[in-house]
Write a protein that binds this ligand. Sequence first.
Ligand code: FAD
Length: 564
Amino acid sequence: METYDVILIGAGHNGLVCAAYLLKAGYRVLLLEQRSVPGGAATTEEAMPQAAPGFRFNLCAIDHEFIHLGPVVQELGLTRYGLDYLTCDPVVFCPQPDGTMFLAHKSVEQTCAAIAAYSEHDAQAYAEFTRYWQRLGNAIAPLFNAPPMAIFEIIRNYGWDNLKDLRTVMGSKIKVLDFVRNMITSPTELLDEWFDSETVKAPLARLAAEIGAPPSQKGIAVGAMMMAMRHHPGMSRPRGGTGALTQALVNLVQDQGGTILTEQTVKRVLIDEGRAVGVEVANGTEYRAIKGVISNIDAQRLFLHLVEPSDVNAVDDQLRDRLQRRVVNNNETILKIDCALSEPPRFEAYEHKDEYLVGSVLIADSVKHVEKAHALCTVGEIPDADPSAYVVCPTVLDPSMAPEGKHTLWVEFFAPYQIAGAEGTGLNGTGWTDELKNQVADRVLDKIATYAPNLQRSVIARRVESPAELARRLGATKGNYYHLDMTLDQMIFFRPLPELADYTTPIDNLYLTGAGTHPGGSISGMPGRNCARVFLQQQHPLAQRWEDAQNHLRTLLKAALGDE
Ligand SMILES: Cc1cc2nc3c(=O)[nH]c(=O)nc-3n(C[C@H](O)[C@H](O)[C@H](O)COP(=O)(O)OP(=O)(O)OC[C@H]3O[C@@H](n4cnc5c(N)ncnc54)[C@H](O)[C@@H]3O)c2cc1C
């Protein structure tokens, strides 16, 4: 039986990041991935080799912001392993039915100048609003880059800039209360407070609600940071697609002697006297882990499907029940459309410029439009009567992703996992069939074509993935690509549950990482890094602290000497 120090269940980007840190610390690491390629929701694939050879598609994530709030890229030296980020500018284009448009550049000033053309008030408010959320983001970023209960580590993450911003956003009683209120209110209310014009509110609501809930939902106004981050630290995409991030991590893992085995679905975690000692995969092969088993899949899947109930109950007889009843996945996921195009979409009625296609194109006609896009999913209805969508033409920024002169289209459409009234039919009883997903895709593309009329005739081939298919591909509960909802009650030390929030579990040597742990989903690598640090601190408490102290001292010295 093959033996390693650490085994990771799943090779999503967080699993790979975690493995990279452990390999660098000298551990022998095995990653077991169910799919034929590593990366999870961070892959770029030639998804239609027959119909569209040479076209490469980001099957899931495309726009990277959160990873730039942490040190993963620099610490792991990922550029040496082939990662090259391309910066998006402009970052958002959102045409409106009344002929106006929201065009946001990376520069806040340039964005405000464009807003001023239809609302002087909103232009001024936008500058202030963005400044607030940027400062807030910078003030709380140190919390993202540490386990939520590691107070000393969080404090140590604070640099001068973070402290300055913390003081600006929370430096008085009123500011603290405003912060609390901003955390518990909804994006809709927050946007109504700041802005008059629907042209500004609609795209901001669409981005805030990328958290995966209707903009009217209390407790998700922090999603406002999604737009602020596009200005600073900015939005970018790896050259070659999101899969190039995964490939850089794979290169690093292999370079450091790590092993990645694909098409290996973990079926069971082996527990011996309350301690994780290995895993068994679908074909019956067992792999042993001396120091730890780390799960890149979420706590529900881990404890309810991969660990024997008696082993869980032996260490915590409430845990299965709490995971089943308390962890929330609200039925909303994504129907994904990828197209190979003969030419890019053209927004003729908006004095088309190719720069509109560099960032994300948001089909969000009003805040109400965005509201329906999410709220209907919650009750199991498909919001395709008048679809809202997040659209990207990745080949405008990165022509290497398609044959010369050709383009691709990436479309994200929120859709329910379980269709109400269709229980027990379609794929996995969700109600989703090939016919239905194609009907919905037709409506979504028709809607985009109301803005870009050349779209329909430029489609060479398309791939539509229903929510049920997405869930199956990712192995994600109800297709939740954040592993569990990102609402405030499931964040920080509540993620996924307070007793599991520091990446450890009640079973010795069994750890959790991935989107289902702090600070949550998206492309950040932070859960992977934080989990690796917890593991290493448990293995070598003194060595890890000594190394951290040295790194901290180095950073302080660099800052004092003005050396970036
Ligand atoms: C359509 C779509 C668009 C998105 N767009 C963006 C975006 O633009 N920007 C952004 O930041 N985020 C985006 N996201 C979210 C982001 O991609 C994810 O939150 C993130 O990639 C999760 O990474 P992870 O490593 O934590 O988990 P995952 O990527 O889910 O990795 C888990 C891995 O475990 C594997 N696995 C599951 N079960 C088993 C098993 N039993 N045995 C072995 N392996 C197993 C899976 O195959 C997978 O590889 C998007 C997601 C989707 C679906």
